[in-house]
Design a protein around this ligand. Structure first.
Ligand code: KIV
Length: 277
């Protein structure tokens, strides 16, 4: 991802994220699925772009993250990496390993992590799970591929949970999550996403680790925050969970623009002579 062009900014690395935690600087992360958005978000100074398997929901319209394939993830990731490279080159790009691309065996996980890294030169991969995947995380990081963990609400396990409610509210699950976080750090993970867990637990996990935590619905004490770009832009009218802060209403902006265009075409207002050859 590092680029030699003169206008390029220093690329965000795993080392930089560690320093940010140590210096108390908050880490900003957003999802991105395409070239144009990646350019805008890199220009805006977002530290980490996550090519999330939430593309399965917000890009492809599936009801869960499970259907997206490794080829589809690579397709999105290639576009995002290209966007960052052609902008300032600053943002780190992390790609989600999709459901069943890393669960069957350590060997297959390593092959797929390698495929993701080789085919689009991203900076790291993200896997969901704790103790169950600790060995796999070690195997992947041992060959030099940085791994971001993901604990708490893990959308790839939605059929097991049966709902998207807040996780680890009971003591036993909270204790397990804390142990899982420590295990992931010991296995070589460079950061961990904490999704939809009580703020107090996220704070305890954050204090217990030397690697950064990135929260989504996990309170202010995490070392950084991540949200789905479509949610902060207000692209989805139906989805308003408590942990999302909506910064724009692009759903209305886009619909109004499209309505205006339709009207202009119908009344023969578009194209004008100035817009014609
Ligand atoms: O896929 C995704 O968008 C994610 C974030 C919710 C962290 O994993």
């Amino acid at each position: 991802m590092n680029s030699s062009a003169s206008h390029k900014a220093a690329h965000v690395t795993t080392r930089r994220l560690l320093d940010m935690k140590q210096n108390g600087e908050k880490i900003s992360m957003l999802t991105a699925y395409d070239y144009t958005m990646a350019r805008i978000l890199d220009r805006a100074g977002v530290d980490v772009l996550l090519v999330g398997d939430s593309a399965s929901n917000v890009f492809s319209g599936h009801s869960t993250t499970l259907p997206i394939t490794i080829e589809e993830m690579i397709y999105h990731a290639k576009a995002v990496v290209k966007g960052v490279k052609e902008e300032s080159g600053r943002a780190m790009v992390v790609t989600d390993m999709p459901f069943m691309s890393y669960q069957l065996s350590g060997e297959e996980a390593l092959r797929n992590a390698g495929k993701i890294m080789k085919e689009h030169e991203c900076d790291a991969v993200k896997l969901e799970g704790g103790r169950v995947i600790a060995e796999t995380v070690k195997r992947i990081t041992d060959v030099g591929i940085p791994v971001m963990g993901h604990l708490g609400l893990m959308p790839q396990s939605i059929y097991k949970y049966g709902s998207y409610r807040v996780r680890a509210q009971e003591e036993r699950e909270a204790e397990q999550l804390l142990e899982d976080a420590v295990l992931l750090e010991q296995s070589g993970a460079f950061a961990i996403v904490l999704e939809k867990i009580p703020s107090a637990l996220a704070a305890e996990v954050t204090r217990s680790l030397t690697i950064p935590t990135i929260g989504i619905g996990a309170g202010i004490e995490c070392d950084g925050q991540v949200l789905v770009i479509n949610d902060i832009l207000g692209l989805n009218r139906e989805f308003h969970p408590r942990f999302v802060r909506q910064y724009a209403d692009l759903n209305t902006v886009i619909e109004d623009a499209a309505r205006q265009y339709v009207a202009d075409v119908r009344k023969r207002d578009f194209p004008s002579p100035d817009e014609s050859y």
